[in-house]
Design a protein around this ligand. Structure first.
Ligand code: SF4
Length: 383
């Protein structure tokens, strides 16, 4: 069942490592919201062939995800306004997952109590680290104490489906502190953890500071060690490593993100959002002012590409291999054809022999050793 992603392109301040589309000014927020409501109507048919319909002609959704940027920057009344518009054309299935990405500094008790009255039933909190030095290095707008308090507040407000983001490989984060970060989340009983390796993207302030010698360089070996440490610690505490960067207690895997990795159609709304429906991929313009200008003229703010069988196969390999389940040979035969299955079997054979891949019940997946080389192994399997 498909999902909808809504990109809210505003943040309180710019994190130095960030290359997502956002603005630290709220100048265009009201115009953006007006246009987002309009875009929901303009794009609603994208999912039509792939979604069940209710009697009153609404498309059924399994997941709705507010990402960004920092969606928790919105007032609760603005969030409700967007949800009302979504409900004009879509209906959430019983048990649907509705996620709000949030930064700790936004999660006051008052705000959380108000958000809890909306259909939002999952929070993804951008913690990144519980250490002052790391938060300073990353230029995060919150303190370690606020990060801990935000999680406690979320529980008190009645949220139990909580995910926390962490970053590893930060030069200021030694292995003891990394372990402390993980144990803090474990002790707070956070049921889902997403952990990303710090990467220095070309057009970011972090890249400039490193080049000027004003910030310490990121070390790949340091990050690799912390990745391995994390797997051991989280698996010991019964988190399942169900995707390279994601760990969850049973029943708490991210349904929305799983749909990306399992090639389930989704509609992305807002500047820079991507959409996918097995035949077409489309992406909205990566500029809020331009997005507003196009929507005001009733022009769809996106470009599209038709996904060739070859591209579809490569994307499936790339995304599915990152998951616990791996890629399924029967699905490949059914959806891409026997030629692609033969290619996969031929290219995977050396990695099956060297132990980087394993095969179980017609699924080919990464071994523990293979997880460290996921992108390289996937590219070896591409057509
Ligand atoms: S809060 Fe998120 S989107 Fe905003 S600047 Fe920081 S990393 Fe980027």
């Amino acid at each position: 069942m498909p999902g909808v992603y809504i990109h809210i392109p505003f943040c309180r301040q710019a994190c130095h490592y960030c290359n997502f589309h956002f603005s630290a000014s709220l100048k265009y927020k009201d115009d953006f919201l007006k246009c987002l409501l309009k875009e929901i109507k303009l794009q609603k048919d994208f999912l039509e062939p792939f979604a069940e319909k209710t009697k009153d002609n609404k498309l059924l959704l399994d997941t709705l995800y507010f990402g960004g940027g920092t969606p928790s920057i919105l007032k609760v009344s603005e969030l409700i306004m967007i949800l009302r518009r979504i409900y004009e054309f879509f209906k959430l299935k019983p048990g649907a997952e509705v996620t709000l990405e949030a930064n700790p500094d936004d999660l006051t008790m008052e705000k959380l109590m108000a958000v809890r009255q909306t259909p939002v039933n999952r929070l993804s909190i951008g913690i990144q680290s519980f250490q002052y030095a790391d938060l300073k290095y990353l230029n995060r707008p919150h303190s370690p104490a606020q990060a801990i308090q935000s999680i406690k507040n979320a529980y008190k407000a009645g949220f139990e489906n909580i995910s926390a983001d962490l970053i590893y490989g930060i030069p200021t984060l030694n292995n003891d502190k990394w372990q402390e970060n993980l144990l803090t989340l474990i002790n707070l009983e956070v049921p889902h953890i997403s952990a990303y390796c710090l990467t220095v993207e070309p057009k970011t302030p972090l890249n400039i500071f490193i080049k000027r010698g004003q910030a310490e360089q990121v070390n790949e070996n340091h990050a690799g060690d912390q990745f391995e440490m994390m797997i051991k610690i989280l698996e010991k505490h019964r988190y399942e490593h169900y995707e390279i960067s994601n760990f969850g207690k049973p029943g708490y895997f991210s349904k929305h993100n799983l749909s990306y990795w399992k090639n389930i159609p989704y509609l992305g709304l807002g500047p820079s959002a991507h959409s996918y429906n097995s035949k077409i991929r489309q992406w909205n313009v990566n500029n809020t002012k331009e997005y507003i200008s196009r929507i005001e003229k009733n022009i769809l703010p996106c470009e599209k590409e038709t996904i060739s069988t070859q591209k579809g196969f490569n994307e499936y390999i790339m995304t599915s291999l990152r998951t616990y389940w791996g890629c399924n040979k029967n699905k490949i035969n059914r959806e891409f054809g026997s030629k692609f299955l033969k290619h996969l079997e031929k290219e995977a054979s050396s990695h099956l022999k060297n132990g980087l891949l394993i095969e179980e019940n017609d699924n080919i997946k990464l071994s523990a050793k293979g997880k460290l080389l996921a992108d390289k192994i996937a590219s070896d399997l591409f057509v």
